[in-house]
Design a protein around this ligand. Sequence first.
Ligand SMILES: Nc1nc2c(ncn2[C@@H]2O[C@H](COP(=O)(O)OP(=O)(O)OP(=O)(O)O)[C@@H](O)[C@H]2O)c(=O)[nH]1
Ligand SMILES: [Mg+2]
Length: 325
Amino acid sequence: MSHPFEQLPTTPRSEELLDKAFSRASRSGRAKRGTDAQQSMLLTAANIVSDNLQNVVGDWPDFDRLDPFYYELADAIVGADDLRQHLNELSWAANKTTEIRYEYEPRLSGDLETARKFRKQAFARIADVVEEIEDDLLAVADAREQLRNLPDIRPDDPTIVVAGSPNVGKSSFVNDVTRATNEEAAYPFTTTEIQIGHVEANHITYQIVDTPGLLDRPAEQRNPSESQAVSALEHAADAVLVVLDPSGDSGYPLETQLQLRADILERFDVPVVTVANKRDRFEGDAPAEADYSMSLETGENVQHVLDAVIEAVGYEPELPIDDER
Ligand SMILES: Nc1nc2c(ncn2[C@@H]2O[C@H](COP(=O)(O)OP(=O)(O)OP(=O)(O)O)[C@@H](O)[C@H]2O)c(=O)[nH]1
Ligand SMILES: [Mg+2]
C-alpha cells in the first residue's frame, strides 16, 4: 500500500532537462543529413521538453479528488494553490515548446544555412522557456520531496487517534497494544514523529496513531501547518482515546489536561474515550471525566480500554454481496 505522493518520480531541473533534450537532439541530427538533420533535431528537442514536462504534471494526483486527509496534509505542507500554480506553469512551458516547434518547422526546409540558423534560433527560444520555469521546477521537486515521506495512514481504514498532554503515557499505550511493526514517519513541518501502530481484532486491522507534538497542547499554540495536520487527523480518525495522567508525574496539571480533552471533544466529530492512566501512581477516584482507569506499568485494564475504543470505532467491514441468494 502506498499514499498518493509516494510514487512521484523525480522532477528534473531546467538545466538537466535542456541537457537531455539538446544532447538527444544532436544525436538524432547526426543520424541524418542536410535539412532533415535540422528537422530531426528540432522535433527531438521539442518533444523531449514537452513530454517530460507533461509527465511531471500528469504524475501528480488531482488535488480535487484527493482524500481530504491527504489534501489537508498536502495543503499544510506545500500549499495546494501554490503547487497548482507551479504545475500550470509547467503545462504552459510544454505547450509553448510545441508552439515553437510548429512555428519553426516550416522554416527548416529551405537551404541548409538558413535551416541551421532557424534551428539554432528555435533552440534558443526553447531554452528561454525552460529557464523561465526554473523556479517552478524547483518548487515542484521540493514539494515532491516533502510529500513523499508522509506518514502512511490509510484514511479509509479504521483509525484510532491517541491524544493527551505530554508524558501521560500515549506512546506507552500504543507500544503496549500494537504489534512490533510500528512505523514512524515524520511530518515535514514538525520536529516530532508520528507513530502508527496496528492492532488486529476480529480480523480487522485498526490503525493506532500516536501524535506527539500535535494533540498534546492547546490549539492556540499550534502554528498554521500544525493546525492543518490536526484537521487532517480529524478526517482520518474514527475514534479518539484521550489519555489523562492524574498522578502529577507528567508535570501537567489535571486542569490543563482536561482543557485539552475539551478542545478535542469540540473539534473531533467522532467518539472520544477518556482513560485515566498511571492507576498505580494515584490514590482515590479517577477524575469524573474518565471512562476508565488503567496502568501501563502493571497492565491493569489496558486490554479492556483497547476493546472499548475499538467498540467506539464501530467499524463494520463491507462484506462482499452474496449473489447466489
Ligand atoms: N508508573 C507508571 N508510569 C507510566 C505509566 N504509563 C506510562 N508511564 C511512564 O510515563 C512516562 C511517559 O510515558 P510516554 O508513553 O512516553 O508518554 P507520552 O504521552 O507518549 O509522552 P510524549 O510522547 O512526551 O507526549 C514514561 O516514563 C512511562 O514509562 C503507568 O501506567 N504507570
Ligand atoms: Mg510519546
